[in-house]
Design a protein around this ligand. Structure first.
Ligand code: FAD
Ligand code: SIN
Length: 518
């Protein structure tokens, strides 16, 4: 093995990257590149848990049905079948690697989240599931022969004869550029939540994998579907902090600023309705009462339940002067999860030979137009494992199932707008929040699309981490906005005030590819 040559290079060290690294290390040499420290990622902040049909009243079939229903007609049924059938095997891996899921009398405890027909969410440390998963897996990876390079930002996918040859990266501490070669390159770079003014996402989640893949010629699918979490702490001067859906699963109630419970006015499932419905209902209620938040109320629950089941949330609010066992929690929706991403087949393979994607950056087709709560940690491991299986099969000369053919479009070109404000990160985040957020309309999307295209054309060559991230965010913003503009209907998390219903002719995917049609 040459110094910079590996069998596997994995970009990202959240659940997808670390889990794949542990399995891949049994097959060959592995390098992880990660742009911050290992544990800087979204995984670490996951609260609710990981879904899997483990309960006596549950089955993979029931989990399959709930996932398809959440996807609102756009999930790929074969992918969902893989997700729900292969869940138990991957959960067994996580347990084997040491993830300490919560138990009662020797059995794993399961909680409920919205749109799940039974309790099926496994958690660890109450609401500290992500932290336990991240720390357990990163510790384990460090004890293997996997090489980890922190503060290394992947900036370009290197190709030779249309196949992956490696990756170029920037050492963010000293500014040096390196190239690494590999047989299989795996993007595990997470979503793009930092696109929005209000988000639950970590600073590192800037759509890099999607932007790198698009630049290399990979297909990007379903990016108009961005999930907004309904209940994120909204306290002046305090960064958005997730208040888990499991809080509503355990009996938390939403009240408007006048103290009245409002969810039953909107939908029979009330607080346990799908996330997009709860998020939009909160927006309507905030508009009606002219306020910038509603309240989540857990004061009727036993303080012991609240403090032991949700220790992180309790502590965080307490540190900001709020005892949630006694007072109401001000909450509002925030950007949370990108359903679409780099289009892959059921083995995590993109349309470029040797390039794979897993975790939130990938679009496996399981989530369709909306993700069922706690299915993303599961998707990361189920499809992550298949990436490693696929590379083993490819090494034996076996052909993988190719991506089904779709009809990709290219990004349209615009005339530059002379009245657009100059680009900066807060400006981009406000534009996306206001014009490409929870409620969208053709007019606002068109405005945003023109501004974004102008900004993209004005971007200088990136040279450091912030400028690379801004580049990537602008490209992702363009992809999301153009897809949202094309989809003239409302479905799942994508809501158009000018097309408020789902339309049968739109039961299809929007796929982008650079130079499509040329
Ligand atoms: P991440 O964990 O986000 O990791 C991405 C990694 O890529 C990071 O290490 C980052 O530094 C690295 N990276 C990115 N770009 C580059 C680059 N250019 N070069 C090098 N490295 C790069 N899902 C559930 O299923 N259950 C939950 O309870 C749950 N709760 C959540 C709570 C919060 C607050 C949030 C934000 C999300 C939650 N989710 C939950 C969603 C879930 O956490 C994520 O979808 C999942 O963790 C994504 O894992 P990942 O490995 O794909 O990406
Ligand atoms: C939550 O705990 O509410 C987040 C769960 C998820 O996003 O899957």
């Amino acid at each position: 093995m040459k110094n910079n040559q590996f069998d596997y290079i994995i970009i990202g060290s959240g659940i997808a990257g670390l889990y794949i690294a542990l399995l891949a290390a049994e097959q060959g040499s592995v390098l992880i590149l990660t742009k911050g420290s290992v544990d800087d990622c979204n995984t670490r902040y996951a609260q609710g848990g990981i879904a899997a049909a483990m309960g006596r009243d549950d089955s993979p079939d029931l989990h399959f049905d709930d996932t398809l229903a959440a996807g609102d007609g756009l999930s790929d049924a074969d992918a969902v079948r893989i997700l729900t059938d292969e869940a138990a095997d991957c959960i067994a891996d996580l347990i084997r690697f040491g993830v300490p899921f919560d138990t009662l009398n020797g059995e794993i405890t399961l909680t409920r989240e919205a749109a799940h027909s039974v309790s099926r969410i496994m958690h660890a440390g109450g609401d500290a599931t992500g932290e336990h998963i991240e720390v357990t897996l990163s510790r384990r990876v460090r004890s293997t022969g996997v090489k980890i390079l922190e503060n290394c930002l992947a900036t370009e996918i290197l190709l030779r004869n249309d196949s992956v040859e490696g990756v170029r990266s920037l050492d963010c501490r000293i500014g040096s550029v390196e190239e690494y070669r590999c047989r299989s390159l795996i993007l595990a770079t997470g979503g793009a939540g930092r696109l929005f003014k209000y988000t639950t996402n970590s600073d590192v989640v800037t759509g890099d994998g999607i932007a790198l893949a698009f630049a290399a010629g990979a297909e990007i699918s379903d990016v108009e579907f961005f999930q907004f979490h309904p209940t994120v702490l909204r306290l002046p001067g305090v960064a958005p902090f997730l208040i888990s859906e499991a809080v509503r699963g355990e009996g938390g109630i939403l009240r408007n600023v006048e103290g009245r419970r409002f969810m039953p006015d909107y939908v029979a499932e009330a607080e346990m309705a799908p996330r997009d419905i709860v998020a939009r209902s909160i927006v309507y209620e905030m508009q009606k009462t002219d306020s910038d938040s509603v309240f989540l109320d857990v004061t009727h629950l036993s303080p012991r339940l609240v403090t032991t089941r949700f220790p992180q949330i309790y502590r965080f609010c307490q540190e900001h002067g709020l005892d949630i066992t006694k007072g109401l929690i001000p909450v509002a929706p925030a950007a949370h999860y990108l359903m679409g991403g780099v289009r892959v087949n059921s083995w995590g393979e993109t349309n470029i030979k040797g390039l794979f994607a897993a975790g939130e950056t990938a679009c496996t087709g399981v989530h369709g137009a909306n993700r069922l709560a706690s299915n993303s940690l599961l998707e990361s491991v189920v499809f992550g494992k298949r990436v490693v299986e696929a590379t083993e099969r490819a090494a034996c000369g076996e052909d993988l199932v190719p991506l089904p053919v779709d009809d990709p479009c290219a990004l349209p070109e615009y005339e530059r707008c002379s009245t657009c404000p100059p680009l900066n990160l807060p400006g981009l985040q406000s534009l996306m929040w206001e014009k490409v957020g929870i409620m969208r309309s053709g007019k606002e999307l068109r405005d945003a699309a023109r501004t974004l295209a102008t900004w993209e054309a004005s971007l200088p060559e990136p040279s450091d981490r912030p400028s690379h991230e801004l580049h990537n965010l602008v490209l992702c913003a363009r992809l999301i906005t153009e897809a949202a503009l094309l989809r003239e209907e409302s479905r799942g998390a994508h809501f158009r005030t000018d097309f408020p219903r789902a339309l049968p002719e739109w039961q299809r995917h929007i796929v982008f590819r650079k130079n499509a049609g040329e």
